[in-house]
Write a protein that binds this ligand. Structure first.
Ligand code: NI
Length: 223
């Protein structure tokens, strides 16, 4: 299931991130890739020891974590620090799946991948994030400040940027619920529950949906 989070970042936050990234030193993205991804990866990343990372994360992460759909969609258990990536003209990231376990020092399972688009689609040509789903390929190129959540197990790629520059932040979540199909059911039910609780808090139907949701999370959650 692909879930779009609109307006994670406001224009002033995007401007600040762009300024921080504009003056930063990037390195070859292959340095952080696993063996098979390295063969198809051609982009640039902010190094893990960049003195700008903390500032960037302080702008991005609170807004992402506080987004009203994020918790319902991700059911997060562990949240990773993001990577900041840059694609200049000619760069791409071929078809791959993400590493199953990230960050050897404090390992977590990558259930969900999140891409936050940091500049406007009109700033570059190409550069679509293409995700294979049960229903065929989905091509994703969102306005600056929007994010997409997708299962980290799905095959995905970034098409070659043919002009301009693409900026994005990538992060992963270990979810309380590891199976994407179960998360999709819970996401639908969570939104129905939220609406019922707001509009008809005293109805028996609301109580039934509320209990079904809570008990399904209990049944499927792993900590
Ligand atoms: Ni990936």
């Amino acid at each position: 299931m692909l879930i779009e989070l609109p307006e994670v970042l406001k224009p002033d936050q995007l401007r600040l991130l762009a300024e921080l990234l504009a003056g930063a030193e990037f390195q070859d993205g292959r340095l952080s890739a696993g063996a098979s991804a390295r063969r198809v990866k051609a982009n640039q990343e902010l190094p893990a020891d960049s003195n700008r990372l903390e500032r960037l994360n302080q702008v991005l992460m609170p807004s992402l974590l506080a987004h009203p759909l994020y918790g319902l969609a991700a059911l997060p258990l562990r949240v990773a620090a993001p990577y900041y990536v840059r694609y200049e003209a000619g760069m791409r990231y071929g078809a791959h799946i993400d590493d199953p376990v990230m960050n050897p020092q404090a390992p977590y399972r990558s259930d969900i991948a999140i891409t936050v688009f940091l500049n406007e689609p009109s700033d570059y040509q190409g550069g679509e994030l293409v995700i294979e789903t049960h229903f065929g390929e989905r091509s994703v190129k969102l306005p600056a400040g929007n994010a997409i959540l997708y299962p980290a197990s799905s095959v995905h790629r970034v098409n070659e940027v043919t002009a301009g520059r693409r900026l994005a932040a990538i992060t992963w979540v270990q979810s309380l619920v590891r199976h994407p199909d179960q998360r999709a059911i819970l996401f639908d039910l969570a939104r129905a529950r939220q609406r019922l609780l707001a509009e008809q808090p005293d109805e028996e139907t609301t109580r039934q949906v509320d209990h079904a949701y809570v008990n399904l999370v209990r049944r499927w959650a792993e900590t």
